[in-house]
Design a protein around this ligand. Structure first.
Ligand SMILES: [Zn+2]
Length: 144
């Protein structure tokens, strides 16, 4: 196994800072700032075409037969969060990672604003987006 050092940090704040002028500016964090809206993540690139796999969290709506005692079973829609193994080139992974990071920016800003402390942010880092982002980071760092 070879480690591809595509990104040099998995520190979320640093990652967010990489694609925004300021992590405390609301416009930047909400992708409304013209100067950093389309800012690309500075990947440390090697071979973009190398194949890799990574895990990703997906929210899916499934129909399930739920049986009730004494009644007929009924079809109910349930929302489940699933871990999905994705495979593709490092380039695909980077694209996905960038999208997650963009979404994460606003989320990051909200949490930061709400609690005002980074320590708190770490504790509250349980949302799917943050997790997906984190997994993405790890996948990039540990990809084969
Ligand atoms: Zn900006």
């Amino acid at each position: 196994m070879k480690r591809e050092h595509v990104i040099n940090t998995d520190h979320l704040e640093e990652l967010v800072a990489c694609i925004s002028c300021s992590v405390t500016d609301k416009a930047c964090m909400y992708n409304e700032c013209v100067s950093c809206k389309h800012k690309q993540f500075p990947f440390e690139l090697h071979d973009c075409n190398a194949q890799t796999t990574w895990t990703q969290w997906k929210t899916v709506t499934e129909e399930r037969n739920i049986k009730k005692t004494g009644e007929q079973s009924e079809l109910k829609k349930v929302t489940v969060v699933m871990k999905e193994i994705q495979s593709g080139s490092i380039y695909d992974l980077m694209t996905e990672f960038e999208q997650q990071l963009q979404k994460f920016k606003a989320h990051y800003f909200n949490i930061r604003h709400q609690f005002g402390a980074y320590r708190q942010l770490r504790k509250d880092m349980k949302s799917n987006e943050a997790l997906a982002c984190r997994l993405c980071c790890q996948a990039i760092q540990c990809s084969v």
